[in-house]
Design a protein around this ligand. Structure first.
Ligand SMILES: Cc1cc2nc3c(=O)[nH]c(=O)nc-3n(C[C@H](O)[C@H](O)[C@H](O)COP(=O)(O)OP(=O)(O)OC[C@H]3O[C@@H](n4cnc5c(N)ncnc54)[C@H](O)[C@@H]3O)c2cc1C
Ligand code: HEM
Length: 408
């Protein structure tokens, strides 16, 4: 618990940090990565360049302090960070470095306002949270039985184009007989050494098939560049350089976006674009282990040419008598009964009598999973709240660092 002497300093400085948050986090990353260039091998260059990372790590410390008496708001955030850190291989020895540069950045930006008492209060808040994370990460490493920063050598045994911008890679272990089990919805990190920047880079990819002891499948969208942003480094490297027979360094599966497959309550899987990947793992697991479960699968894509995993969905539609598949396309010239043209509208989907009866009338027990671009998820989240769904029933996966702006 935060000490009574530190509490007023934290409370008084939260609005100041809200105002200067971005400046503090920018200085923090710059100073830390200059003094410790080896950490560039852990941090994501793309998320630094597009600004999403600056919003995240230090914001979590501020969000923690701002919500120190509101453990229920923080618990899912902490769980997500712990899984992300484990997938990257964060160790206890990293924490003093981050702490030193974060407090240094607060001092630098706040200037004279950063009195010794205020810095002491933030030091205490940082180490409270760091202690929680270190302990939870140690428990997670122990539960999975793997050390931080350990990698499996996996060979690409299949490479399949899924729609126009997604490729699935099937991976088999070459240095061990069976693979670690995973829960549908979890992801792995892929580590690659990028010659142009001479750095190791890590990216996370959701496992896109049901758990299977022999292999993993990931499905990667190539992030194209345009006049305003460069093309994504690792996704394009995977698309253009990695072929069948190549070997990749793959991390242990982690992630807390994981529904219970063997349950009877209805489940609603809502996705857009490449956000479909964890949903396909869930769907294929339901086909194998619980095909009679009521499932509403709602997906949005730009066009039929952009759809991926159509074969998995066709198999599930055959095997699952209570699966409802609803598709939203921005453009389509061969429309059928499944397809609506335009933006996803969950209120409209839920207004269909049979769907309303099976999913919305049971909103106190139904579970809702959302994955897609941030704006899409925010819209569906609001829509579900508007339909009376309890936030504790809604789960989301962000394909990048969470901004946590709602907690600060
Ligand atoms: C839990 C999780 C699961 C995921 N699952 C999947 C999945 O199943 N499939 C999948 O395809 N992806 C998934 N992702 C996303 C994936 O990890 C990568 O983020 C994605 O592939 C892009 O990586 P990249 O190296 O190609 O792009 P990066 O090089 O990291 O660039 C990312 C974005 O930043 C932009 N950017 C880079 N530099 C600048 C700059 N200077 N200015 C402005 N913008 C810039 C790029 O244009 C690009 O849009 C997942 C992410 C997470 C966290
Ligand atoms: C109290 C201390 C820390 C807090 C509160 C914290 C918080 C966070 C948060 C919120 C994220 C984003 C999670 C997500 O939504 O995906 C994150 C990711 C990350 N953290 Fe930490 N972190 C802390 C310590 C550390 C340390 C000690 C390191 C090691 C140097 C570290 C390295 C990373 C890396 C590399 C990422 C992934 C960044 C990305 O993919 O863009 N963190 N952390």
């Amino acid at each position: 618990m935060l000490s009574t002497s530190a509490k007023p300093y934290i409370e008084a400085s939260v609005p100041v940090l809200r105002e200067h948050g971005l400046a503090i986090t920018t200085v923090f990353y710059k100073n830390m990565l200059t003094a410790h260039p080896e950490l560039n091998n852990l941090f994501n260059l793309g998320n630094q360049a597009n600004g999403s990372q600056q919003q995240s790590l230090a914001s979590a410390v501020f969000a923690y302090a701002a919500n120190i008496e509101n453990a229920s708001a923080l618990a899912p955030v902490i769980e997500r960070i712990v899984h992300k850190h484990a997938s990257i291989g964060i160790k206890p020895s990293h924490y003093p470095i981050v702490g030193r540069y974060l407090l240094g950045a607060i001092k630098e930006i706040l200037g004279d306002a950063a009195t010794p008492d205020l810095i002491a209060a933030w030091d205490e808040a940082y180490w409270l949270l760091a202690g929680e994370l270190i302990a939870a990460e140690a428990r997670l490493y122990q539960a999975t039985g793997v050390d931080a920063d350990s990698w499996m050598q996996m060979q690409v045994v299949n490479k399949v184009q899924q729609g126009i911008d997604i490729i699935s890679f099937t991976l088999k272990a070459i240095d061990q007989e069976t693979l670690p089990a995973f829960k549908p919805g979890q992801y792995v990190s892929i580590a690659t050494y990028l010659e142009d920047v001479q750095l190791r880079q890590l990216r996370q990819y959701s496992l896109s098939d049901a758990p299977n002891k022999n292999g993993y499948r990931i499905s990667v969208k190539c992030e194209k560049g345009d006049a305003f942003k460069p093309e994504g480094k690792v996704s394009n490297w995977l698309h253009t350089h990695v072929e069948i027979g190549d070997v990749l360094d793959v991390g242990h599966p982690y992630g807390n976006f994981t529904p219970t497959i063997l349950a009877s309550h209805p489940i609603v899987l809502i996705s857009a674009g490449v956000g479909v990947t964890p949903m396909i793992s869930m769907l294929n697991s339901l086909v194998e282990d619980n095909p009679n479960r009521p499932v509403l699968f709602v997906h949005a894509a730009r066009s039929r040419q952009h759809l991926s995993h159509t074969q998995d969905i066709a198999v599930a539609s055959e095997a699952m008598p209570y699966l409802h598949h609803v598709l939203y396309l921005n453009e389509c010239d061969d429309k059928d009964d499944n397809v609506t043209i335009g933006m996803m509208d969950l209120a409209k989907v839920m207004s269909t009598t049979v769907i309303s009866k099976q999913f919305l009338d049971k909103k106190n027990v139904s579970e809702f999973y959302i994955c897609g671009p941030q704006r899409f998820m925010d819209e569906q989240w609001k829509m579900l709240l508007g339909l009376g769904v309890n936030p504790s029933k809604i789960h989301r996966e962000v394909f990048g660092p969470e901004s946590l702006s709602h907690l600060i």
